[in-house]
Design a protein around this ligand. Structure first.
Ligand SMILES: Cc1ncc(COP(=O)(O)O)c(C=O)c1O
Length: 407
């Protein structure tokens, strides 16, 4: 099922409560902030970077450095929020982390023998990027705690036995989209050992880690990595706003005769988009400066909304589907924007249409994230743009829909 079809169904039922929309919360959008962030960034260039007025003008109006104008601020954000020490020269600022995925995959693809691995289900943006560069994505089993590392080993060896070249594994360790799972620290360490042994890069995608439930979270793969096996990609789409289309990649792996992997990615980027919009970078740059490079601090009000909504959703599910008697089950993510409900009937497009037209509630069929095979009995529930009241109304409707289908 395409995103287009999902949007089309959503469009036809404007009064339905939508657990389908994976968009970030909109309640803190404020036009005046954009102007202020631009001003803040200009001041930062003058006062902290000692730019002349001409240099400031050029930074905003001219073609820019391919790696980006805010690499130092991004590196500081990673230090402040994730405890990562990153050389700004190994950061490439991209047009959303979507572009980072395309660049990384394109750089890794030498010929048709190259393959990458990703959990199934996985983020459709990654599958799409792989399709664009004609790189096969081999699925790896996902359990309740995310990627199944044992299955990754099986898949890597199988691919190699077939004459294929395993290049990388894509992982969303924190509050994954679509599953909501968080990879435990023991699995993170094992994954790193496997990557080292099998000569595999790990592409760590981390757009959701700021949306935790307040408890300590496992360290990033990048911070546990001792052998340079992790390429880290990040996004400001959820912590700041998606409209800026600012993401980045950290790639400090040395490449024979070509500097670092980041240099290689920058070379590819210079052929794709030249540089990420300087104006969009300036807006995010200003936001970073104002919050002393802490996106944890900058996104705290939004994180609080997600925390409340997640609690409302999980409590609401438990209330409507009492343990032991319910025909359904669900996972209990500790953060992020998504949870998954498992049902005893087919949760496909026809079921979604029925749910929307008869019960006024929308959700995303999980099989959409399974590349054709699997997930037919699962619904992704997203709670990012709803109020607690809407969540409760939506859950009443969802419970009625489930009762209808299972009664
Ligand atoms: C796993 C994952 N990665 C990345 C992104 C965002 O990417 P971008 O920075 O291109 O908006 C999303 C947004 O839905 C996502 O779910």
């Amino acid at each position: 099922m395409s995103m287009t079809l999902l949007n089309e169904i959503t469009g036809r039922y404007p009064d339905a409560v939508s657990f389908a929309a994976g968009r970030p919360y909109e309640g803190h959008f404020q036009l005046s902030l954009l102007h202020r962030y631009l001003d803040t960034f200009a001041r930062y260039l003058v006062e902290r970077r000692r730019f002349t007025p001409e240099q400031v003008n050029r930074t905003f109006f001219q073609y820019g450095n391919t790696n980006g104008t805010i690499t130092e601020l991004v590196a500081r954000h990673l230090k402040v929020d994730e405890g990562l020490t990153v050389d700004p020269a190994t950061v490439v600022v991209t047009t959303g982390c979507q572009e980072a995925m395309v660049l990384v995959l394109r750089a890794l693809r030498r010929d048709a023998r190259d393959v990458v691995f990703a959990g199934r289900p996985t983020y459709v943006g990654f599958s799409g990027a792989a399709r664009l560069v004609e790189m096969e994505v081999r699925p790896v089993r996902e359990g309740p705690d995310g990627l199944d590392v044992d299955d990754l080993v099986v898949q890597v060896r199988r691919a190699r036995a077939e004459g294929r070249r395993p290049r990388a594994c894509y992982v969303i360790p924190d509050f994954a989209n679509p599953g909501g799972a968080t990879l435990p620290v023991t699995a993170r360490r094992r994954l790193l050992r496997v990557a080292e042994r099998e000569g595999l890069l790990l592409v760590e995608d981390n757009p959701y880690s700021m949306f935790h439930d307040g408890r300590p979270r496992p360290p990033t793969l990048r911070s546990l990595d001792r052998h340079g096996n992790v390429v880290y990609i990040g996004s400001f789409a959820k912590t700041a706003f998606a409209g800026a289309r600012i993401g980045y990649v950290v790639a400090d792996q040395p490449v024979a005769g070509a500097g670092t992997f980041a240099d290689e990615l920058a070379k590819l980027k210079s052929m794709l988009t030249l540089n990420t919009s300087s104006i969009a970078q300036a807006v995010i740059g200003g936001l970073l400066v104002e919050h002393e490079c802490s996106m944890e601090r900058a996104s705290a009000p939004t994180a609080e909304v997600y925390r409340t909504n997640l609690r409302t959703l999980l409590d609401g599910l438990a209330h409507r589907f009492p343990a032991g008697s319910a025909p359904v089950s669900w996972n209990s993510p500790t953060g992020g924007m998504f949870a998954v409900l498992t049902v005893p009937f087919r949760a496909d497009e026809a079921a979604l249409e029925y749910s929307a037209s008869r019960f006024g509630v929308l959700w995303t069929p999980m099989h959409h994230f399974y590349a054709g095979a699997g997930g037919l009995h699962q619904l992704r529930l997203s709670y990012s743009v709803l109020t607690p009241d809407q969540i409760n109304v939506g859950l009443d409707r969802l419970a009625a829909f489930v009762a209808d289908r299972t009664g």
